[in-house]
Design a protein around this ligand. Structure first.
Ligand SMILES: NC(=O)C1=CN([C@@H]2O[C@H](COP(=O)(O)OP(=O)(O)OC[C@H]3O[C@@H](n4cnc5c(N)ncnc54)[C@H](O)[C@@H]3O)[C@@H](O)[C@H]2O)C=CC1
Ligand SMILES: CC(C)CC(=O)C(=O)O
Ligand SMILES: [Mg+2]
Length: 356
């Protein structure tokens, strides 16, 4: 059966890095028996330019029909003056919501070849392998009401709402407990239950779900401490489960432990395991169009796509081994310290394809 994969390059460095992800998929198709059909559609600022909406209807229809989606990144200064409803980032939030992608898996793993590139001392990060499970379609990024209102004094006030229902918390908790079962059996739930009502309920529901997973060691941590612990002693974590905004912030923080945000892939899954795959980083306008972006987070997202949505673990491992090999050979994009040769986006992609 041919797998339909939709590519959504987006904005900024998005087209450059997705082009390298595409080459990997094409090489697997042409030389390693991966039966797939690739299609492309605009999203984010590119969607706005093409169709006046950050998530054009045709793009959504293609994504719904696809077996898996690979996305680059959206956003950039060109679009910052647009009304908020049509900003590129709204297109990303909308596709996550429309596809029901509530479960965002963000592994942060240190390739041993990058021990020198980590922001932390080698002995603190050696062997680092943690997984952040971020709730992706609820919380303050989606909560209503939101907006800017005028107070009686004439002053304007901006407001957003953090909301989580029991069912939303329960399904992300189950996904995280199941992930912990397949890993080292430790789950840390991160919240701000000392202050927020929504976090109080979060903690209560996670505790309730824990009764079904007696073999998992569950702990709770406030998000401010979790940010500190991630940079103090990250290996204490196996799986972290948290809400949308806390997970967004903590995963950028975890990126630095692995050497660069250009190394972090992600999978966003629906209830049936259908998914959208994207690097954790954004559209990096500061380096867009300069052949400087690290394509490895996108290429590692291709590996996650192969594993989770296509059930092709052998192909996924082939991609991950190829990434390890180019790092072993000393190739580095400019965001990564160390190595013996700095290469651009295209050359890094070519090198991975060459090692497949
Ligand atoms: N998933 C998405 O599409 C996301 C989009 N954004 C959007 O991206 C735009 C820029 O946001 P920023 O806050 O600057 O975050 P960013 O992640 O785009 O960039 C932060 C820093 O990391 C660097 N960086 C990011 N990816 C890299 C890569 N692959 N290789 C080398 N260096 C890389 C950038 O050059 C920059 O210095 C904004 O419009 C923002 O809304 C931000 C985060 C996620
Ligand atoms: C534009 C944001 C909604 C996306 C983001 O920062 C993320 O998902 O990591
Ligand atoms: Mg983010």
């Amino acid at each position: 059966m041919s797998h339909r994969i939709l590519l959504l390059p987006g904005d900024g460095i998005g087209p450059e890095i997705v082009a390298q992800g595409r080459r990997v998929l094409e090489a697997l198709r042409d030389n390693h028996g991966l039966d797939c059909e690739l299609d492309t559609a605009p999203i984010g600022g590119a969607g706005y330019d093409a169709a006046g909406q950050p998530l054009p209807e045709e793009t959504l229809a293609k994504a719904q029909a696809a077996d898996a989606v690979l996305l680059g990144a959206v956003g950039g200064p060109r679009y910052d003056e647009l009304p908020r409803e049509v900003r590129p980032e709204r297109g990303l939030l909308a596709i996550r919501a429309e596809l029901g992608l509530f479960g965002n898996l963000r592994p942060a793993m240190l390739y041993p070849q990058l021990a020198d590139a980590s922001a932390l001392r080698p002995e603190v990060v050696a062997g680092l392998d943690l997984l952040i499970v971020r709730e992706l379609t609820g919380g303050i990024y989606f909560g209503e009401p939101r907006g800017v209102r005028e107070l009686p004094s004439g002053e304007r006030q901006g407001y957003d709402t953090e909301v989580y229902s029991e069912s939303e918390i329960e399904r992300i908790a189950r996904l995280a407990f199941a992930a912990a079962e397949r890993r080292q059996g430790r789950l840390c739930s991160v919240d701000k239950a000392n202050v927020l009502e929504s976090s109080g309920l979060w903690r209560e529901v996670v505790e309730r779900v824990a009764a079904d997973y007696p073999q998992i060691e569950l702990s709770h941590m406030y998000v401010d401490n979790a940010a500190m612990q991630l940079v103090r002693a990250p290996k204490q974590f196996d799986v972290i489960v948290t809400g949308n905004m806390f997970g967004d912030i903590l995963s950028d923080c975890a990126a630095q432990l692995t050497g660069s945000i250009g190394m972090l892939p992600s999978a966003s899954l629906d209830e049936r395991g259908k998914g959208l795959y994207e690097p954790v980083h954004g559209s990096a306008p500061d380096i867009a169009g300069q052949d400087k972006a690290n394509p490895l987070a996108t290429i590692l997202s291709v590996a996650m796509l192969l594993r989770y949505s296509l059930g092709k673990s052998e192909h996924a491992e082939r991609v991950e081994r190829a990434v390890g090999q180019v790092l072993e050979e000393g190739l580095r994009t400019a965001d990564l310290q160390g190595g013996s040769r700095v290469v651009g986006t295209v050359e890094m992609g070519e090198a991975v394809v060459g090692r497949l």
